[in-house]
Design a binder for this molecule. Structure first.
Ligand SMILES: [Zn+2]
Length: 324
């Protein structure tokens, strides 16, 4: 499952290839990848053909491309042509194995190619945006853009607009979003009365933190996953949020360096994970912070919300008797 940094790598790569280009034709090779588009493949293709891609926007793990009106639409009689705000976006849901690839027309179709968008010519840039998905959990669909509830930008974008894809409108801003409000987050976190990790995974409170980054952030902040959020001090909440931002920024930097300019790609876990994880997947291995202090403390793995949580029993002690 791609995490936020991988989706941001896709966004940054994709935007330089598609922004300002017009979709000239659409091939739907497997309608299962359009199952979230309720009106079906013909409606999908009909709406996209002739539309111009304005930008690539991301909030949390949601990624969308706002589309401009069809350039062929005549301006209303006696009115100057205008540039209305975009109302529709192409949403890309990457699922477990979805990939967005920019390919030259000469490159043979990938085995799991599902949807092909042909784009207007732009210098030497490849003509095709391909959606490839081996396991078919991902997909493409069209969605409405609606005003954001705080009037701020919908997400990270090259030219931010105060609009958000309807499907993403229920999720909070993510820690990499410059408009993320720590004060609002802390207020709502205290009011949740739940365990800290459960709160970090709650997309309505803060988006884009998956299981791996939650464990890494908690380890870095030296907080236990079951810590009741209504006992959390402001400095502790700030510590865990800063930690989440740090591990995501590091992963983003690593993903950015291995990025092939012709190949916008998401493959789930990147090489970063094996090299840099301090908690996730390290059951029984010594805690690196404890080791640096001369202690041997093997990490624990515990069941948590049908997944696993990895913690150091020494530097992330479990809450006891509600005392902090
Ligand atoms: Zn430790």
């Amino acid at each position: 499952m791609p995490e936020l940094p991988e989706v941001e790598v896709v966004r940054r790569g994709l935007v330089s290839w598609v922004r300002g280009r017009t979709i000239t034709s659409v091939d739907v090779l497997d309608p299962r990848s359009l199952r979230r588009h309720a009106l079906g493949p013909e409606d999908f293709a009909g709406n996209l053909e002739g539309a111009r891609v304005l930008d690539v926007v991301r909030r949390g793990k949601f990624l969308w491309m706002p589309l401009a009106d069809t350039p062929g639409d005549p301006a209303p009689h006696n009115q100057a042509p205008h540039n209305p705000a975009p109302a529709v976006a192409l949403m890309a849901h990457l699922g477990m194995s979805g990939q967005l690839l920019m390919q030259d027309a000469r490159v043979p179709d990938e085995k799991h190619l599902k949807v092909r968008l042909r784009l207007s010519a732009a210098g030497d840039m490849p003509e095709q945006l391909r959606f490839v998905d081996q396991r078919i959990f991902g997909g493409l669909f069209l969605t409405s853009l609606i005003p954001t509830d705080d009037g701020g930008p919908g997400g990270l974008a090259e030219t931010p607009l105060p609009l958000i894809a309807e499907e993403a409108s229920h999720i909070a801003r993510d820690p990499l979003d410059p408009h993320f409000s720590f004060d609002a987050f802390y207020r709502r976190l205290r009011a949740r009365k739940t365990g800290l990790k459960r709160a970090l995974l709650d997309q309505g409170l803060v988006s884009g933190i998956g299981n791996i980054y939650a464990d890494e952030a908690l380890w870095k902040a030296q907080l236990h996953y079951a810590r009741p959020t209504d006992t959390l001090r402001r400095a502790e909440a700030l510590r865990v949020l800063d930690a989440a931002r740090d591990v995501m920024t590091d992963a983003l930097a690593a993903g950015g360096t291995s990025f092939d300019s012709l190949y916008v790609n998401v493959n789930g876990a990147s090489g970063y994970f094996e090299r840099s994880l301090n908690a996730y997947g390290r059951e029984g291995l010594p805690c690196r912070r404890c080791a640096a202090a001369g202690r041997v403390s093997p990490l624990l793995r515990e069941q948590f919300m049908n997944r696993s949580s990895y913690t150091c029993p020494v530097c992330q002690p479990r809450p006891r008797n509600g005392r902090w």
